[in-house]
Design a protein around this ligand. Structure first.
Ligand SMILES: [Zn+2]
Ligand SMILES: [Zn+2]
Length: 420
């Protein structure tokens, strides 16, 4: 099977809109309880950019509901296609949709029900979305039961300071769970703060969590994959509850929503419903730091390393600073040819590309000589070279860490903009 390389794809705005009545965004908008005079829902929604990670039965319901509110932009990421069983739980899936990518299908549905929304589909994992696009989001939904994916979302959202909502279900008890992290204060909790060692173990194994009923099932590549059992009403309920609460957050209705886990077990008697505060666990191993964002005026590749240091407020002697580049680039100190032996590289190489020696053999790298973040001491002879000259022509962002603080320097091309 050929390798699937996901691309972020913007759906064309359907010209069908012109031929049908186009309702105003606010035509059915109630005067919300707890609304503020300084917050205009129409204006807020008109600027709102939302990302959905996981476009299954929960995420599909959630984002379709939000699409009807006509936000400015939606990005939908999901690495999987539908299978026949998707008909059993997904409210937006019909037999004709089977085997399509979930991201593509849900994005198309969103484009169809919204009037002005820019919708992008990404048939890949959230972690492979361009971070410069993630950074534009005002709100992220994570509706996957994979703990590893939850942590990927959590890390990006924490560093960039974007609110995240996780919507999950547990089928047998009719239980839905909404966890919310405002990410307004780096001292706050992250999802890993409240995970049990078993759940953190699942993250390492890439297994599903928050589901006690998993059975093995083969995916299209023939590998065994776990599935979560539930019924469509519960999945839709969790997704809609997430969408509802997002309105409370972005329209600032009433008291701010605290970092919390809301849980309700429909089939549990006596009735079980609770709001559990999510507090920071001082022993959490996740990096909770907030990056300072610094937009670049021109493409990253045109900047010398020294300019990047200056842009992040560090002089070139900046002691223990380290530099990392985005979009899959790593700094390779040394490579090894099986025929010619070791040779210095001292450039950024993409993880996605294999390199060959002059003799034609494939160059190998090893973990000791491949750095995700390069100490300034290693880069010092190259400070005046441009990022492009160091091999990272297509990198769109850089992260400089110094004394525990991170500065995120990014540049976004027109394609990554608002499409205008
Ligand atoms: Zn944490
Ligand atoms: Zn060689």
């Amino acid at each position: 099977m050929a390798e699937h390389r996901p691309k972020l794809r913007r759906l064309e705005r359907l010209s069908r809109i012109k031929s049908v009545a186009t309702p105003e965004r606010g035509a059915r908008m109630p005067a919300f309880l707890g609304s503020r005079p300084d917050v205009d829902p129409d204006r807020v929604l008109g600027r709102l950019q939302v990302i959905l990670a996981g476009a299954g039965s929960v995420g599909g319901s959630c984002i379709l509901s939000i699409a009807r509110q006509d936000p400015r932009a939606i990005i939908i990421a999901d690495p999987k296609p539908y299978k026949p069983e998707s008909l059993l739980t997904n409210g937006v899936v019909f037999p004709r949709d089977l085997h399509r990518w979930k991201a593509d299908h849900v994005a198309k549905c969103c484009a169809e029900v919204s009037r002005n929304t820019w919708v992008d589909a990404f048939a890949g994992g959230f972690e492979d979305l361009p971070l410069t696009r993630v950074a534009d989001a005002d709100f992220i939904f994570c509706c996957t039961d994979r703990i590893s994916a939850e942590l990927q979302v959590a890390r990006a959202a924490m560093h960039l300071g974007i609110p995240v909502m996780y919507c999950n279900v547990e089928g047998s008890s009719g239980l839905y769970q909404i966890r919310y992290f405002a990410n307004s204060d780096p001292q706050d909790a992250c999802p890993a703060c409240n995970m049990t060692p078993a759940e953190l173990g699942m993250a390492a194994d890439d297994g599903p969590g928050f589901s006690c009923e998993t059975v093995g099932e083969e995916d299209r590549a023939g590998r065994e994959e776990p599935v979560t059992r539930s019924i469509p009403a519960l999945c839709g309920l969790a997704g809609h509850m997430g969408a509802l609460l997002m309105n409370k957050v972005v329209l600032r209705l009433g008291q701010p929503l605290p970092n919390s886990c809301m849980v309700e077990g429909t089939f549990i008697r006596p009735e079980y419903a609770a709001v559990i505060p999510l507090d920071r666990n001082k022993g959490c191993i996740e990096d909770h730091s907030r990056w300072r964002r610094r937009p670049l005026a021109k493409p990253l590749r045109g900047h010398a390393i020294r300019e990047l240091l200056e842009a992040s407020g560090i002089n070139s002697d900046g002691g223990d600073a380290v530099l990392g580049l985005g979009d899959g680039f790593r700094y390779v100190v040394r490579g090894e040819c099986p025929r010619c032996g070791p040779r210095p590289i001292e450039r950024f190489w993409s993880k996605r590309r294999n390199r060959r020696c002059r003799c034609g053999a494939e160059l190998r790298t090893n973990a000791f000589h491949t750095l995700d973040a390069v100490p300034l001491s290693v880069l010092r002879p190259q400070l005046d070279r441009r990022v492009a000259a160091l091999g990272a022509t297509s990198a769109s962002w850089a992260l400089i860490r110094h004394h525990g603080a991170g500065t995120w320097l990014s540049w976004k091309d027109a394609e990554g903009g608002d499409g205008s």
